[in-house]
Design a protein around this ligand. Structure first.
Ligand SMILES: Cc1cc2nc3c(=O)[nH]c(=O)nc-3n(C[C@H](O)[C@H](O)[C@H](O)COP(=O)(O)OP(=O)(O)OC[C@H]3O[C@@H](n4cnc5c(N)ncnc54)[C@H](O)[C@@H]3O)c2cc1C
Length: 291
């Protein structure tokens, strides 16, 4: 991996502040970019986007899988047989797949897209009976005694993330494991190894295994766009080619920039590309100038 991505994503350590905290024996919790955030009371993260989409529903067509793009004729073909013409195309599907779907793409562009690296994610949601006293939101696990790298106390985001909104009786852990050719994972066993990992890391005790009320697993083949050393060179080859043909690829995997690929960034990439097309303004999020 390159190091250019860290500025936005890894909090820079303030050594003086750490020394002061140690001297004053103070637990310093209020630092880092995400120390305060908002979350919907009902409906999870999806509720944000369902709310935004409400006034636009007539213009949104779900269940249309884009199959082929003809860059010369400016058309998109969908798996249900629909063919759409465009003046400008804004894409949010993964950039490597987009390139693969463009008819007559030059070899240099296809090769550059082939160099884009990503991993997949196995997200296990475990619901437990019982009350969990732990005020933390999410935690990272670099040790090798668990498959997951992160666990989220989802009941802490909203008590309505558990049945009947009753966080006295239930708690919910979202456990995220990535996989790739460098780190294969057995998908058929991941829920079990996640549960064992929770015990090994001290997140739950052995006895709590008997209080698991629900298990959920989702496989997300495109989970993280990896900021490899060759990424910027590939993007500098692909994006100008597409833009010169009125195709603008944005979002987490559309732009393939991990450092500006979270939800808030991806949303603003969409806002800013439209503003650029209409008003000629800069795309500051994509270029990394904004927070
Ligand atoms: C488990 C998990 C936890 C996360 N937690 C957070 C978090 O706490 N905070 C945060 O900021 N971000 C989080 N993220 C990241 C966040 O989900 C993404 O940053 C965000 O969804 C990116 O938005 P997007 O519109 O660029 O892409 P997406 O939301 O991936 O949208 C791309 C869309 O393109 C569609 N598509 C793909 N191919 C085709 C095709 N051929 N035809 C038609 N449609 C197609 C897909 O179905 C999808 O709907 C998390 C992600 C995961 C998986």
């Amino acid at each position: 991996m390159s190091k250019g991505w860290i500025a936005e994503r890894v909090s820079v350590v303030d050594l003086d502040r750490i020394e002061r905290n140690i001297a004053e024996q103070r637990d310093d919790l209020g630092w880092g970019p995400n120390n305060i955030f908002k979350f919907p009371k009902y409906g999870g993260t999806g509720a944000i986007y369902e709310g935004i989409a409400k006034p636009l529903l007539e213009k949104i067509h779900l269940q249309h899988e884009m199959m082929e793009i003809n860059l010369e004729q400016k058309t998109v073909a969908f798996s249900n047989g629909r063919l759409e013409r465009y003046d400008v195309l804004i894409n949010t599907s993964p950039l490597d797949l987009l390139v693969a779907k463009c008819r007559n793409i030059p070899e240099s562009i296809a090769d550059a897209a082939g160099n884009l690296i990503h991993n997949g994610g196995l997200i296990a949601g475990l619901g437990f009976e019982g009350k969990r006293d732990d005020s933390k939101c999410w935690m990272y696990f670099p040790e090798n005694n668990s498959p997951f790298y992160r666990v989220t106390n989802f009941h802490n985001y909203s008590r309505f993330n558990v049945p009947d909104g009753d966080a006295e009786r239930y708690f919910s852990l979202m456990c995220e494991t990535t996989y790739s050719s460098h780190k294969p994972e057995d998908k058929t066993r991941i829920v079990e190894s996640t549960i064992q990992g929770l015990v090994n890391s001290g997140m739950i005790d052995e006895g709590q295994k008997a209080y698991i009320a629900s298990r959920y697993l989702i496989d997300i083949p495109y989970s993280y766009p990896v900021p490899t050393l060759g990424r910027d060179k590939s993007l500098a080859t692909i994006q100008p080619y597409l833009e010169s043909r009125s195709v603008y690829s944005r979002g987490r995997f559309g732009a393939w920039k991990y450092e500006v690929g979270n939800m808030d960034h991806s949303f603003m990439q969409g806002v800013e590309v439209v503003e650029r097309l209409l008003k000629g303004t800069d795309e500051s999020t994509l270029l990394g100038a904004a927070g």
